[in-house]
Write a protein that binds this ligand. Structure first.
Ligand code: NDP
Length: 240
C-alpha cells in the first residue's frame, strides 16, 4: 500500500477512469472529478471505492469548490492529475469564438485552475507530484485540430515553466503526451483514419487507456523522484 492522496481531474471515463483504477489498485486514496458522466462516476465509485466530485474545469469557481471538497476528503493532496479535456475536429475557418474559448477553457485554462488551487497545499508540505496530460498533437500539431493542438501545446509550456518554478518546493511537474488511444474521445474518428494511424505507428496499433494510466502511476511514484519538466510520449513510437 503506497497510501498517497490522489486527485484526478476528469476521472469518469477513458484514460482518467483507468488512472482511478490503477491508483486504487496501488493502495492510494483517490478523489476524481466528473462533469457530465454521473452514472459512470457512480459505477466507478462502487467498483473502486474512489470518491467522485462534480466539477466543470472550464470554470475557476467550480474547480475551486471541487479542490476544497477533495482536500477535506483526503486531508492533503500528494498527486494531482490534470486529465480532463475535450476533442475538436474542425477547420479553423469553422471554429467560432465561442467554440475556441470552450476548447481553451477546458483543455488549458482548466489545467491552470486545477494547479492554481492545489499548489498552495503542496507548497505548504514541500512535496507533491503534478501530472498534466497533453497530446502528441500538442507536440507536432494536427490538421483540423488547431484549437486542440494549441491548448495541448500550451499545457506542455505550462508544465516546463512550472517545473522550474516549483522544483525548489519539492514538487515535480511532468506531462504525458498520449498518441491515439482507444477511448470515447476517438469514437467519431473515421475507422479508416484510425487504421492508417495504427499502420504508421511503429508498434502497429493504437494504445490502451491503461497504458497511459501506467505512465501516470510511474510519474507519481518515488521512482520518478528526479524527473521533472519532462514530456513523456505514450504513443507507440509515432512521434519520437
Ligand atoms: P474521454 O473523452 O474518454 O474522457 C474525457 C474525460 O474528461 C471525462 O472524464 C470527462 O468527464 C472529462 N471532462 C471533459 N470535459 C470536462 C469539463 N468541462 N470539466 C470536467 N471534466 C471534463 O477522453 P480520454 O480519456 O481519451 O482523454 C483523456 C486525456 O488524454 C485528455 O486530456 C485528452 O486530451 C488526452 N489525450 C487522449 C488521446 C486519445 O486518443 N484518447 C490522445 C491524446 C491525448 P465527463 O464524461 O464526466 O463529462
Amino acid at each position: 500500500m503506497s497510501g498517497r492522496n490522489v486527485l484526478i481531474m476528469g476521472g469518469s471515463r477513458g484514460i482518467g477512469a483507468e488512472a482511478v483504477r490503477k491508483f486504487r489498485a496501488a493502495g492510494d486514496n483517490v478523489v476524481f472529478t466528473y462533469h457530465r458522466s454521473e452514472l459512470a462516476a457512480d459505477d466507478l465509485r462502487q467498483e473502486t471505492g474512489a470518491v467522485p466530485v462534480r466539477c466543470d474545469v472550464k470554470f475557476s469557481n467550480s474547480v475551486r469548490i471541487a479542490v476544497e471538497k477533495a482536500h477535506s476528503i483526503l486531508g492533503h493532496i500528494d498527486v494531482l492529475i490534470c486529465n480532463a479535456a475535450i476533442a475538436d475536429f474542425n477547420l479553423i475557418t469553422d471554429i467560432d469564438e465561442t467554440r475556441w474559448e470552450e476548447i481553451i477553457d477546458t483543455n488549458l485554462n482548466g489545467v491552470f485552475y486545477s494547479i492554481r488551487n492545489v499548489l498552495p497545499l503542496m507548497i505548504q508540505r514541500k512535496s507533491g507530484a503534478i501530472i498534466t496530460v497533453s497530446s502528441m498533437w500538442g507536440q507536432v500539431g494536427a490538421s483540423c485540430e488547431v484549437a486542440y493542438s494549441a491548448a495541448k501545446a500550451g499545457v506542455i509550456g505550462l508544465t516546463k515553466a512550472l517545473a522550474k518554478e516549483v522544483g525548489p518546493s519539492g514538487i515535480t511537474v511532468n506531462c504525458i503526451a498520449p498518441g491515439m488511444i482507444d477511448t470515447d474521445m476517438n469514437a467519431n474518428v473515421d475507422p479508416a483514419a484510425a487504421a492508417e494511424i495504427a499502420e504508421e505507428t511503429p508498434l502497429c496499433r493504437i494504445g490502451k487507456p491503461e497504458e497511459v494510466a501506467s505512465a501516470m502511476l510511474f510519474l507519481a511514484s518515488e521512482d520518478a523522484g528526479f524527473i521533472t519538466g519532462q514530456v513523456l510520449g505514450v504513443n507507440g513510437g509515432l512521434i519520437v
